[in-house]
Design a binder for this molecule. Structure first.
Ligand code: ADP
Ligand code: MG
Length: 629
């Protein structure tokens, strides 16, 4: 076999395999080119998920006759004038996109350079370049890509459904649009409008247009700095979550990236407050000195490499954790707003009626940060300050901050132990002078699970099981940090029957479980003997239920998680079993004690699974419901 140089067309097709993997990648490259051309308006339209047609037009600087000819050549770019790969100032720099697209599709470019009288066009089909010809195009550039991958049938076969190709396109445009609010974007698919984003100087209004109103109302502001790296943006409260990580946006030096690093950081930061499988919403922008990051590691520039990934991880995780802890008392407004919707008279009349909603702070603020512009300009803090719900007042936030860990509040801490002790007669509650506490004074227990409390501003409804679960969990963690978890030996071991496989799985973790106070031993095939329990679980926890849940927990996360994450999951499962179950009566003192404890406990706004532990209605909300406002 002789070694030979491959023909140009084949080289381009091979390169295209990496650069233009699917329609969204072609769209991404073309939109990035339009951004680089200084466009203030970019319109994208697709047919059949982009498989048969992609048209992108911009009002950018355009190209003259010679540039048009060079643009479709491989490694031809106007963006590295100094041959400097460190200080990259454009979205593009590889000079590969147009050549790659031309190699695998039918490409037509029409362009008129700024200030020029004529416009020109060029066609490239499956790598065959036509002549540059006069055209009739207004200022800017329009690029049409027909029959993507017609020249590489193998790739054509791997495309997904039109719907999912379209969704991928929409996602990529959304990410770019978030980074460039000053550019107007539109996207249509098969003649239907998919996105319409007017240009705006107010970055936060673009953010809210994309992330939605709910996010605006339930976002925590993130701002952190470490060794020349700055992080800013917004992260959703843990009570606002989704089934996918789709709504997590990261920008590095203004460039949208989809980096596993972010996913890992988010998981670590929210581990305590969000159950596995749920994902928070966030939009974060990281600015690092150019020498600290290499953007030239991924053919589609979707990933970046940091010189010191540990530093970046530390910065992101600690900033998110700090925000979560500072807002630990806040539950998402969507919860109480949805609840209000149920209450409202319109709702009963028409099922679709929307809940009364507080104004969206995002849209009102001026000069709030947006990924690209704010960190560049180094502008000050945005005016936008998330509001949790209309009832969450400054005074109340002040009471929640700074949060002191529960274990340091010796005198206030009620005995959280045996849940059974809360079993008592309590119905009519007499007034307790604690209206001034953030969570107010308990007035009643409803359906043996909901505590209704009066606050100075309105009322609060607490889910006693969810709340107690959080308290027990935080107690567990505090104990573990201080002196290890207190255990309580059983007089006679309790035998639990299990599937053989499950018993074996559990016993594999017996060492870790013992550290948490749960000592187990094998007891013949398919059974285990429980020797001791964490004292926090109380006298009579439902052992069979606890063990079953632990087996499920380990089966689900078993080896996938780090030891620390695993322990936290187990603690969280145990906390659930040590909690006051719904269906227990509580008297006024017990209820008030629970409320006071919640006020002292970090993250008490959510249970360990990210459900809210309480909702709050302000008097204003209530008055609205009765038409008094
Ligand atoms: P790169 O963006 O990495 O330079 P491309 O193959 O995407 O490589 O584009 C090649 C060149 O074509 C660019 O450097 C730019 O000069 C020119 N170009 C591409 N698209 C446009 C556009 N929409 N408007 C103006 N010039 C463009
Ligand atoms: Mg490009």
């Amino acid at each position: 076999m002789r070694i030979r140089h491959l023909p140009e067309t084949l080289i381009n097709q091979i390169a295209a395999g990496e650069v233009i993997e699917r329609p969204f990648a072609a769209v991404k490259e073309l939109v990035e080119n339009a951004i680089d051309a200084g466009a203030s308006r970019i319109d994208i339209s697709l047919r059949d998920g982009g498989k048969s047609l992609i048209v992108i037009s911009d009002n950018g600087c355009g190209m003259g006759q010679e540039d048009l000819e060079a643009a479709v050549e491989r490694h031809a770019t106007s963006k590295l004038p100094e041959n400097d790969l460190v200080h990259i100032e454009h979205m593009g720099f590889r000079g590969e996109a147009l050549a790659s697209i031309g190699a695998v599709a039918r490409l037509k470019i029409m362009s008129r350079e700024q200030g020029a009288a004529e416009s020109f066009e060029i066609n490239v089909e499956g790598g065959k370049k036509g002549d540059v010809m006069p055209s009739a195009h207004p200022l800017g550039t329009q690029i049409e890509v027909r029959d993507l991958f017609f020249a590489t049938p193998a790739r054509l076969k791997f495309l997904k459904s039109e719907r999912s190709e379209y969704m991928a396109v929409k996602d990529v445009i959304t990410r770019l649009a978030m980074a460039f609010p000053q550019i107007a974007f539109s996207l249509t698919h098969d003649e239907k409008v998919g996105l319409k984003l007017p240009a705006t100087q107010d970055a936060s209004s673009r953010l809210s247009a994309i992330m939605g109103k709910e996010f605006g109302e339930n976002a925590m502001k993130i701002e952190a700095e470490r060794e020349g790296l700055t992080l800013s943006g917004y992260a959703g409260l843990p009570t606002l979550h989704r089934g996918t990580a789709q709504h997590q946006y990261l920008f590095v030096n203004g460039r949208p990236v989809k980096d596993k690093l972010l996913t890992g950081c988010v998981r670590a930061a929210y581990a305590d407050v969000l159950h596995g499988g749920r994902h928070p919403l966030l939009a974060l922008s990281l600015h690092v000195p150019p020498e600290e990051v290499d953007v030239n590691v991924h053919p589609q520039k979707a990933e970046v490499r940091f010189r010191d990934p540990g530093l970046v991880r530390g910065l992101i995780i600690s900033a998110l954790k700090k925000a979560i802890h500072e807002h630990g008392g806040a539950a998402s407004s969507s919860v109480s707003m949805q609840a209000l919707g149920r209450f409202s008279p319109e709702h009963s009349a028409s099922a679709g009626a929307s809940a009364p909603s507080p104004s969206l702070p995002l849209t009102r603020s001026q000069g709030a940060p947006v990924p690209m512009s704010y960190a560049r300009s180094g502008s000050g803090a945005p005016a936008y300050m998330p509001s949790y719900n209309s009832a969450m007042h400054d005074s109340q936030m002040a009471v929640f901050e700074p949060i002191t860990p529960a274990h340091s509040q010796g005198s206030l801490a009620v005995d959280m132990a045996p849940a059974a002790r809360f079993e008592a007669e309590a119905n009519e509650i007499q007034e307790v002078r604690s209206d001034n506490f953030p969570l107010g004074s308990a007035r009643a227990q409803l359906h043996q699970n909901y505590i209704v409390a009066q606050t100075s501003q309105g009322l609060v409804i607490v889910d006693q099981h969810a709340a107690h679960e959080r308290l027990v969990y935080e107690r567990f963690k505090a104990q573990m940090e201080e002196r290890g978890i207190e255990k309580q030996g059983l007089l006679s071991p309790e035998i639990i029957e299990l599937e053989e496989r499950d018993a074996a799985r559990l016993l594999k973790h017996s060492e870790a479980l013992a550290k948490l106070g749960l000592e187990i031993e094998p007891f013949g095939a398919g059974a285990i003997a429980v020797q001791s329990l964490p004292a926090l679980l109380g006298d009579k926890p439902n052992l069979q239920g606890l063990i079953n849940d632990l087996v499920d927990e380990l089966a689900e996360h078993g080896n996938a998680l780090s030891l620390e994450e695993r322990l936290n999951h187990i603690l969280s499962t145990m906390a659930c079993h040590g909690s006051i179950r719904s269906g227990r009566r509580m008297n006024a003192d017990e209820m008030n004690a629970l409320l006071r404890q919640m006020e002292q406990t970090p993250l008490s706004g959510q249970c360990n699974h990210g459900r809210p532990t309480y909702i709050e209605l302000s008097l204003a909300d209530i008055e609205k419901l009765f038409g008094r406002r």
